[in-house]
Design a binder for this molecule. Structure first.
Ligand code: GUE
Length: 313
């Protein structure tokens, strides 16, 4: 099954878990503009329909019809600037995982920065005062080595290899999700690179569920409680990049040590009563395995100050 269908089903499940009714409308391949417009306008006009999501990407010839969606119902920011939201739920979820790791203005690379999700991530980072390194087709991918935080949203399976992913990366956010014929799913980060960075969001079990939690927070804020407290991500421990470039020997020890204190879920949902709708709490998982007591004597990982549980920006 393709990513779009899987994600639509996750959304339906999550909305229904919260007690909302959700129609999953699947139009046949080759459906005409007129028929699609009729369906969309039906939901536009129905006051009981509070939100509409058209799964991305729509067939090229149907794309103009999407622009006819009622902006007030555009919960996933398909209309860009006309939506009540600055970016799609995936982009906001990515931002919310990255932000607690980025309190000291680190170098952030966004791979796939021109895509639907990539644009949203860049928009949110810039609004927060960051100046992300944007990489897209034609750019040298090795530049991600210079980053502290890597965000990848290309949907090109395995595009990031051990050549790109480095031990000094404090968190790697993999937002690729490409189902394979054998039923497995592949992200942007090659499996061989999973153990390299200090923290990583895996595929599956990473940004997918975070997206659902973001979408559910939006609908709850919109329909139930405008003051609902935002969930926040507690960053896993990490060491700053300077610790790696200064002394490679210390670095090896440091990575090991950094992994020890918290293997537990890093993305605890704070403030809210619990995880949002059907979305399991997601962790930015420390990936380096401890190598034994001899390696646990290095510098203590620096835990950044944790947020106060108030609404996030
Ligand atoms: N307007 C629009 N908004 C989107 O957000 C959007 C879209 N179009 N088009 C397709 C992509 C794909 N996408 C996924 C979201 C969640 C999971 C997800 O929840 N994955 C679970 C696994 C779910 C399962 O395997 O059943 C996980 O990663 O753990 C996957 C893929 C959103 N997309």
């Amino acid at each position: 099954m393709e990513a779009s269908r899987i994600s639509a089903e996750q959304k339906i499940k999550s909305f229904e878990h919260l007690g909302f009714r959700a129609d999953h409308v699947v139009l046949p391949p080759g459906v005409g503009r007129g028929e699609f417009r009729e369906v969309l306008e039906g939901y536009n006009a129905d006051p009981a329909t509070r939100a509409i999501i058209v799964q991305f990407p729509p067939p090229r010839d149907l794309a103009p019809v999407v622009d006819g969606m009622d902006p007030a119902k555009d919960i996933d920011a398909l209309l860009k600037g006309r939506s009540p939201y600055p970016a799609c739920a995936t982009a906001e979820g990515i931002y919310r995982v990255a932000e607690p790791f980025a309190t000291d203005r680190p170098a952030i690379a966004v791979v796939g920065s021109k895509g639907f999700v990539g644009q949203g991530v860049v928009t949110m980072l810039r609004a927060d005062g960051h100046d992300p390194m944007t990489l897209d087709h034609g750019d040298r991918l090795e530049r991600v080595r210079d980053a502290d935080i890597v965000i990848s949203v290309t949907g090109s399976p395995g595009i990031l290899t051990p050549d790109h992913i480095q031990p000094h990366h404090r968190v790697v956010i993999d937002s690729g999700f490409v189902p394979q014929a054998d039923g497995s799913v592949r992200g942007d980060v090659r499996a061989e690179a999973y153990g390299i960075p200090q923290n990583l969001t895996p595929v599956p079990g990473g940004i997918g569920p975070v997206e659902m939690a973001t979408l559910m927070e939006r609908v709850v804020r919109q329909e139930v409680d405008p003051d609902v407290v935002s969930w926040k991500v507690t960053p896993g421990p990490y060491l700053e990049r300077a610790r790696f470039t200064a002394d490679r020997t210390a670095a090896a020890t440091a990575v090991t040590t950094a992994a020890v204190p918290s293997i537990a879920a890093a993305a605890r949902l704070r403030g809210a009563a619990g995880p949002a709708a059907g979305a399991p709490p997601t962790s930015a998982q420390p990936t380096a395995a401890p190598r034994g007591p001899a390696h646990q004597t290095g510098p203590r990982p620096q835990l950044p100050p944790q947020g106060g549980g108030g609404p996030s920006r």
